[in-house]
Write a protein that binds this ligand. Structure first.
Ligand SMILES: Cc1ncc(COP(=O)(O)O)c(C=O)c1O
Length: 365
């Protein structure tokens, strides 16, 4: 299968090369990206604010819409406030540049997303990596730190984009014990997905600690674009004051801010959508388990099919495609040698659509 070029909006079905396909990829977890509420939110925002505010937040780029969106984000997340960022990719940049000193030791999740690793290189001079699958490596990294008693920073991702692994936050906090820490979680794939209210990985773990802070994106579960840090007033104030990522960049354009605001309001008013996503994730994972495939993290809508029992995954993905199903073969950074199929279900998929996928996998695996 060559590079995929969409000729339609993202949804449970997409058009490619003039043909419709059932779609099981991407990150539109709540099925919001093409909802009429978001389109209307975008159109209204264009009518009120045009396209872009064409200036950074601390000069003249802040509109009432940006403030309204920040309020909606914090309302949804259950935090005192929120900072809006120009992209989800900048989330860890904002956290590290706003909250951390360059010389403070950083313990970094080894296989984290490039945005987290690049932010670590940019903002932290004293880094050690650990493996979330082997917390002995974290114990060792901690042991290697000078016993100065200073603060330790730890950074990782709430849900891994490729494998759907959930950050073992409570085990990590237990291991960190009484130390003075600041734990930073990029929850791009957990916000709007995990937890009964969809507040993300921290809610999933029942964590309300002040020294655990997260960033996320509006481009995945919320179907729009832009980054955010929902947090306490102290954290928000520091990021606004110290981070050039915040105050030297133009905020998300009006239509995308309007769409994001509509998305957050929709999810807050329709919490059943979060439950629906979990049901669909469970349906997919049960079906994969019945096919003898790994199906960990039943509440996460991401299912990796990696080389192992199944060979030639690119050919499997190709056969699915011929059958009218797009379950993309991926060589995204961090995929295993030989690539993988990354299957995603959304809250918008019907039971029948998921069963069609499982039946096709049964045929081709
Ligand atoms: C963990 C993580 N952080 C940040 C991003 C980037 O977010 P955005 O695409 O909304 O800029 C991604 C994108 O896949 C991601 O997986």
């Amino acid at each position: 299968m060559k590079g995929i070029v969409l000729q339609s909006p993202v949804g449970t079905q997409v058009t490619i090369g003039g043909r419709q396909y059932l779609y099981f990829g991407g990150t539109d977890y709540l099925g919001m990206a093409n909802r009429s509420e978001l389109r209307e939110g975008a159109i209204q925002a264009i009518e009120s604010y045009g396209i872009s505010s064409s200036a950074s937040r601390t000069s003249t780029g802040t509109t009432e819409l940006h403030l309204e969106l920040e309020q909606a984000i914090s309302g949804f997340a259950g935090t005192a406030g929120a900072v809006l960022l120009s992209a989800g990719y900048l989330g860890m940049h904002a956290l590290l540049s706003g909250l951390v000193e360059r010389e403070e030791p950083l313990l970094l999740q080894q296989d984290a997303h490039s945005s987290i690793k690049e932010a670590a290189v940019a903002w932290c001079g004293n880094r050690r990596e650990f493996d979330i699958h082997d917390l002995g490596t974290l114990r060792k990294a901690l042991g290697d730190l000078p016993a100065s008693g200073g603060r330790v920073i730890l950074a990782g991702e709430g849900v891994s984009p490729l494998y759907g692994t959930i950050f073992p936050l409570n085990d990590i906090l237990e291991l960190l014990g009484e130390r003075n820490v600041l734990v930073l979680v990029d929850d791009a794939h957990g916000f709007g997905v995990l937890g009964d209210q969809g507040r993300g990985t921290l809610e999933y773990h029942g964590c309300g600690r002040e020294d655990v802070v997260f960033c996320s994106t509006l481009s995945k579960a919320f179907g729009s674009f832009g980054g955010c840090v929902p947090a306490s007033s102290g954290v928000i104030e520091k990021i606004r004051r110290r981070s050039s990522i915040y105050h030297c960049a133009t905020p998300p354009p009006a239509p995308l801010s309007g769409a994001a605001l509509a998305a957050i309001r929709y999810v807050a008013d329709n919490p059943a959508i979060i439950k629906r996503l979990k049901e669909n994730a469970g349906l997919l994972k049960n079906g994969l388990a019945a096919l003898g495939l790994p199906a960990d993290n039943p509440e996460v809508p991401i299912a990796p099919v990696c080389p192992g029992r199944v060979k030639d995954l690119d050919k499997v993905s190709g056969r699915l495609f011929e059958d009218g199903i797009l379950a993309p073969f991926s060589r995204y950074p961090g995929s295993p040698e030989g690539g993988m199929i990354r299957i995603v279900v959304t809250a918008a998929h019907s039971k029948e659509q998921i069963e069609t996928l499982l039946a096709a996998l049964r045929k081709f695996l």
